[in-house]
Every structure is written in C-alpha cells, then in structure tokens.
Design a protein around this ligand. Structure first.
Ligand code: FAD
Length: 360
C-alpha cells in the first residue's frame, strides 16, 4: 500500500496526460494506463487537425481558449480547409460557410489549391485558411513533461481493475497493487462508462464511435505537401497530406464498444469509392489503414468537472473528435473546478460542460 495520492488519473491519452499536468500543480498525481505506451488508443489515431470552428458552442469555446497553449507548445502549422460539393449539395456550401466559416471560392480556385479535384463532379467549393495541422505527439509530450516536472508519477501497463469508495477517498486496485487517492479522474476515453460503473457513479452515457483512416501513396506521385485538408461538404469523406503520403478517411461514425479498434475493409473500400468520385487520380494502392474510437456524450460536448453525486469523482471525458483541440482548456478547467477557484471560461460554458447538466 502506497501513501494517499491527491489525484488518481485513469487513462494515458491526451485527456489524462493533460489533466495530470494541470492537477500536478495542486497536489500529488498518479496516472494509470493499461497499455505499455501512452496515447495508444484514440490519441494515437487522430487526423491531427485544429479547426477552431469545429464542434458545438461549448467545444468551440474550449478550442478558442486552447489556442494560446497550442502556440506555446508550438504544435500548430498552417494547412487550410477546402470544402468541396458535388451536384445536389450546392446549398450545403452556404451552410458550411455559416457553421465552419469557409468562404465560397470558384471551382478554378479550388483546383489551384488541390490539382486532382475533378471539375466534372465538383461544382461548388469553399475555403478557410485558419485551419492547422496539430502535432499530436508533440502536444502529448509537452503535457507529459509538464506533468513529470510537477512530480506526477506515470504508471503504464497498470490497468485499474477496481475502485472502492472509502472514508477519505478511494481504494484503487491497479496492476497487482492497491493505492488510495482523495480523488479519481475519469479520463478513460471509450472506457469512461466502464470506470464510472466500477465506481458506482451514474454516467450520462459516453458512447464510442469508430472512425477509420487509409494512408495512400501521394496521388499521381504529386507533391502533396502544400495541399489543404479537403472535406466533402456532407463529410462523406475527408483527406489530408501526411508526411508526403495522403490520408483519406471514410468519416464514418459507427457505434462500437470500447476495444482496440481496427478499420473495417468494407467501410474503407466504400469511403475510398466516395472519395475517388471527386478526383482525377485513381486510388492505386493502400499503404495502411487504422481506426480509432471517438467518444461522445449525448449532447456532443465534453464532460468536465466533479460529479454532482460525489465530487471526489472528476470527469474528463467525452472528447469526441476534438480531444487535441480542446485539451489545454479542458485540463485547465478541470483543475480550476477541482481547486474550487473561478474558471477562466464563462459560467454558461462551464455549465454546458458540467456533468451536472445530465442530472435533473
Ligand atoms: C480518426 C480520428 C480522427 C480524429 N481527428 C482529430 C483531430 O483532427 N483533432 C482532434 O482534436 N481530435 C481528433 N480526434 C479525436 C481525438 O483523437 C480524441 O478526442 C482523443 O484522442 C481522446 O483522448 P482520450 O485521452 O480521451 O482517449 P484515449 O486516447 O483513448 O485514452 C484513454 C486511455 O484510457 C486507458 N484506459 C481505459 N481504461 C483503463 C483502466 N481501467 N485503467 C487504466 N487505463 C485505462 C486506455 O488504455 C486509453 O489509453 C480524432 C479521433 C479519431 C479516431
């Protein structure tokens, strides 16, 4: 048995590591991760983008409040977003202008940005310059350095298998050992519901949804480095450059159970067919595929803060498709709420992210 920990963080993805960094300024932190390495699940499988206008209002507030740390951590580099629409979807370009802020451009301008766009298929396009590649490993390492610098202990290959409420906090069984902690942080991604149920805490229902990726050789052997992130207007697929290669996602959102996700061949094939309909270069080969789980609360905003039934159980879950964009502000909010100090975000945003919003 070890001395009592102030914060036991469960989960070693971007949510848990950023939470550990923020909480370690306030007390002792031990982070538990099942896998041998941090960032093995959703955090190792993302599209690695920062788009401030992506997500609903509380997510956008977190995106905006995170930008300063993203700059300090030096993780952003310009990419740009090109939205393309085929016949029948023209009106959606205006909708995407309203929601994402992408301004209409001509098809000729779109081809100048993305030379393999098939002008016989695409008849409307829009562009937003303020969209960035986000170096996800660098951000994870930034928070890991901060957490360790503040004394956090990181335990990988250390799955939490039971949680028991005791007088002054929690008894935690992890790996072969038993720990005690004043507070638990549920940063378990797709496993967040399982952790809540282990602790006897009601969950709003955090549901994992699979999303896949295929890496292709550069289309036509072209230099893809300066190409934008390309999004079909209804998000039936999206694509982006990746270290000289080209990523295409079928952009599916298939409900799944928490597991080590992999790409479904049929979903990849159908997604590539939808993508191929828009381009002049055929898909000749797929180098590799993978999938990850994006886990959403029912209203698709993150769940951050103390549980209303037991404030020693802290939520840092429901990161959906925005975990890297939002991590700096979400982890800061978690620490503010754990410390009882005023949050930097406005009260309406704090409430829209609070676990209490699901309790009547
Ligand atoms: C295809 C795809 C594209 C994406 N694109 C973007 C993007 O462009 N920008 C963006 O910001 N986000 C993007 N995301 C979303 C982003 O990847 C996630 O929001 C983020 O990684 C979630 O982080 P997490 O730490 O909550 O989850 P995870 O990284 O899954 O970490 C949770 C960890 O908890 C651990 N765990 C679970 N149970 C236990 C236990 N009992 N004991 C110990 N450890 C446990 C797991 O092993 C896991 O490592 C994308 C996701 C996918 C799949």
């Amino acid at each position: 048995m070890f001395g009592m920990i102030d914060f036991a963080v469960i989960g070693g993805g971007i949510a848990g590591v950023s939470a550990a960094a923020a909480l370690a300024e306030m007390g002792s932190v031990t982070l538990f991760e099942t896998e041998p390495m941090l960032g093995y699940h959703a955090s190792g499988r993302s599209a690695a983008m920062f788009l401030q206008t992506y997500g609903n209002a509380p997510v956008r507030a977190l995106n905006a409040a995170s930008a300063a740390i993203h700059r300090v951590a030096d993780v952003l580099s310009p990419r740009g977003l090109l939205v393309v629409a085929g016949a029948g979807d023209e009106s959606l370009v205006a909708a995407s202008h309203n929601s994402l802020g992408a301004a209409p451009i001509t098809v000729a301008e779109a081809v100048a940005l993305w030379p393999i766009l098939d002008t016989a298929v695409c008849n409307r396009a829009a562009y937003l310059e303020e969209v960035f590649d986000l170096d996800t490993d660098r951000l994870l390492q930034y928070f890991l350095r901060t957490a360790r610098g503040n004394g956090a202990e990181i335990r990988s290959r250390c799955e939490v298998t039971s949680l028991r409420r005791i007088a002054r906090g929690w008894e935690i069984t992890a790996g072969t050992e038993t720990f005690t902690a004043r507070s638990i942080v549920n940063a378990a991604g797709a496993w967040a519901d399982r952790i809540a149920s282990m602790a006897g805490i009601a969950s709003p229902g955090i549901c994992p949804y699979r999303r896949s990726m295929a890496r292709l050789p550069a289309p036509g052997g072209l230099d893809v480095t300066g190409w934008p992130f390309v999004d079909e207007v209804s998000e039936r697929w999206y694509a982006k450059p990746d270290a000289g290669a080209w990523l295409v996602s079928p952009a599916e959102e298939d409900p799944a159970s928490a597991h080590d996700a992999w790409a479904d061949d049929m979903v990849i094939a159908e997604g590539l067919a939808r993508y191929e309909a828009f381009v002049t270069e055929p898909v000749t080969r797929v180098e590799t595929t993978w999938a990850g789980l994006r886990s959403f609360a029912p209203d698709r905003a993150l769940v951050i803060g103390p549980d209303p039934a037991d404030p020693t159980f802290l939520w840092c879950a429901g990161q959906g498709g925005y975990g890297f964009q939002t991590a700096p502000a979400a982890s800061r909010l978690l620490a503010d709420l754990a410390d009882g100090r005023p949050a930097e975000l406005t009260p309406d945003v704090v409430q829209a992210l609070s676990p209490s919003r699901f309790r009547s």
